[in-house]
Write a protein that binds this ligand. Structure first.
Ligand code: NA7
Length: 551
């Protein structure tokens, strides 16, 4: 294919979700020439692709939004407590229009190759249509839940029905009169089941691992709450940034402080009252904020695990079905889900739970076998999750200094410096990506905070006249930091996208920082300080050398 040269920029941003749009805003604000490449035909990132029925955010809308513009914060109103996928897209389109981003966004441009050209100190970016662009800086905003996982099922090619993927949902899907099989009982499957079950004639839920899920209690946004937040959004954001979850709205109010240092330091009655309050508030955030040791201490965790298990026993009428829906791993070792009628769907006569943990699924033309049991299904819905955090970047062929590929750099562990860069990949940054605390933070705010750091590094590198490339020792330190935070939690107790165990054979050491967004940003800034010191020293050396040559 003939390559088409499309220009050279100070910076190229890849991905038009929350992170990418903000990256573009920031880079332009810094006076850099920047362009954004997006594979999809529209902006929105994962919110563009994941438009399955029931898709909505699981932290409250007032938290899941940008803070960088007071005008934007004041003029935008969320209609629901938890924004649905369409409204989030509307918001992102509003942002793109309001800040004049559209001319700098190129849609339908899937980046296939990113090559650092050593002797030019810049990145060459090639898209699937063979267009070539160059940028001195490269900001990867490719998303941490954006690379769909496509499990290989025996005989799937022979399946004669329709296959729908949660990550590539069609404009219209009609379930009426159909027999539907859903694979996947994570947040996505949990959100979609009640919608599909309300239309389908028969629904089979093929479950490998049960989910802990609590009621979302979505409702229309309370105007009085919105006004309260907007009265001092700056203070709200400050508190949000200090929270261990990056979110503080619970039940259309600001979350109270944790009740105690440990779930075990209060009486059983007090603890139960707190959990009941969280349950009534709705959503996951108040549970995460209730006691700080729930994700770290097995005994503390057991109190909440048992609380939710008992709730499942009450929500599901058939005790035998309820028991099969009850998880046996510690709550929050996979991300807690929030639902609207998930367990109640199993009380409907046409919704059937099928355990596939032992036998898996074998497809055969018109249906599917689980062991020797056969199920006729017209539509197979895959809600099987993501190759999270590293997946989207690994799907691009990235080579750094000396042609070293990022895939080989990350072959044994995900080596990042500060969860922002990798050694040997100069001037490349990623936002809400590998090695960061994106999974525990509010991604829009994390994008702003990480881009502030990127901005500092770019200014330093440009004024020193050198590239930003962290030394390997910084990666080693960060690996240790990530490892220590992971082993201090109960997350290794379950197989999930947090620890990469949802993808067979995936290397995930160092993939995620679990010390919380507050500590993460402290450490990130320390990393940037050291990197900038190094950049300034190299700049001085280069200047002195040039001077010597000139003399
Ligand atoms: P998740 O949470 O990773 O859930 C994926 C689900 O798909 C989960 O139940 C998996 O079972 C199931 N799955 C994956 N592969 C298979 C195969 N091969 N066979 C059977 N079942 C399978 O992804 P979601 O999209 O639901 O949510 C991701 C995040 O998005 C969520 O945490 C929120 O932050 C928003 P398993 O549990 O691995 O046994």
């Amino acid at each position: 294919m003939t390559r088409i040269e499309q220009g050279s920029y100070d910076a190229i941003v890849i991905g038009a979700g929350f992170s990418g749009l903000y990256a573009l805003i920031k880079l332009r604000e810094m006076g850099l020439t920047a362009t954004l490449l997006e594979a999809a035909p529209s902006i929105g990132g994962t919110w563009y692709w994941n438009r399955y029925p029931g898709a909505r955010v699981d932290v409250e809308s007032v938290d899941y939004s940008y803070s960088f513009s007071e005008d934007l914060q004041q003029e935008w109103s969320w209609s629901e407590r938890y924004a649905g996928q369409e409204e989030i897209l509307d918001y992102l389109h509003h942002v793109a229009t309001r800040f004049g981003l559209t001319p700098d966004i190129h849609l339908g441009q899937r980046v296939t190759t990113l090559r650092y050209v050593d002797n030019e100190d810049r990145w060459q970016i090639v898209t699937a249509d063979a267009t070539v662009r160059h940028g001195r800086y490269c900001v990867m905003s490719t998303g941490f839940l954006s690379a769909p996982l496509a499990p290989v099922f025996d005989g799937l090619d022979s399946f004669t029905g329709m296959i729908l993927k949660s990550t590539e949902w069609p404009d219209r899907a009609d379930f009426s009169g159909q027999s539907v099989g859903i694979v996947g009982t994570g947040s996505t499957g949990v959100q979609m089941l009640p919608h599909i079950a309300s239309a389908a004639a028969t629904t089979y839920v093929f479950q490998r691992t049960p989910a802990y899920t609590v009621p979302l209690r979505n409702k229309l946004q309370l105007k009085s709450f919105e006004e309260d937040v907007k009265r001092d959004y700056t203070l709200w954001r400050l508190r949000q940034r200090q929270a261990p979850t990056g979110a503080i709205a619970v039940g259309s109010a600001a979350a109270p402080a944790s009740a105690a240092d440990s779930a075990l330091s209060v009486s059983d009655a007090e603890r139960m009252a707190i959990y009941e309050q969280c349950w009534e508030n709705g959503g996951i955030v108040s549970f995460y904020l209730s006691f700080p040791d729930l994700m770290a201490d097995a005994a503390a965790n057991q109190t909440l695990s048992e609380f939710i298990r008992n709730k499942i026993r009450r929500r599901v009428h058939d005790p035998a079905v309820a028991e099969r829906l009850i998880p046996d791993y510690p709550v929050m070792s996979k991300r807690l889900c929030a639902d609207t009628g998930y367990f109640e769907a199993f009380n409907l006569h046409h919704v059937h739970l099928v355990d596939i943990a032992d036998d898996g699924l074998q497809f055969d033309g018109p249906g599917v076998f689980v062991g020797s049991d056969h199920y006729d299904i017209d539509i197979l819905v895959l809600a099987t999750g993501f190759d999270a955090i590293t997946g989207a970047m690994k799907r691009i062929h990235i080579t750094g200094r000396g042609g070293q590929s990022l895939a080989s750099h990350w072959e044994h562990e995900v080596r990042t410096a500060g969860g922002l860069m990798s050694s040997g990949f100069p001037n490349m940054f990623w936002i809400n990506g590998p090695g960061s605390s994106a999974a525990d933070a509010a991604p829009p705010l994390m994008a702003e905070d990480q881009m502030a750091v990127v901005g500092r590094i770019i200014v330093a590198a440009d004024s020193a006249g050198v590239v930003a490339d962290p030394p390997m020792v910084m990666e080693k330190e960060w690996l240790d930091e990530c490892g220590a935070t992971m082993s201090a939690t109960l997350l290794p107790k379950a197989k999930s996208w947090y620890n990469g165990a949802n993808v067979p054979g995936k290397v995930a050491t160092g993939m995620i920082y679990l010390g919380g967004p507050v500590r993460y940003l402290e450490l990130l800034n320390q990393f940037a300080d050291r990197l900038i010191d190094g950049i300034e020293e190299s700049g001085t050396e280069v200047r002195e050398r040039n001077q010597l040559w000139a003399d």
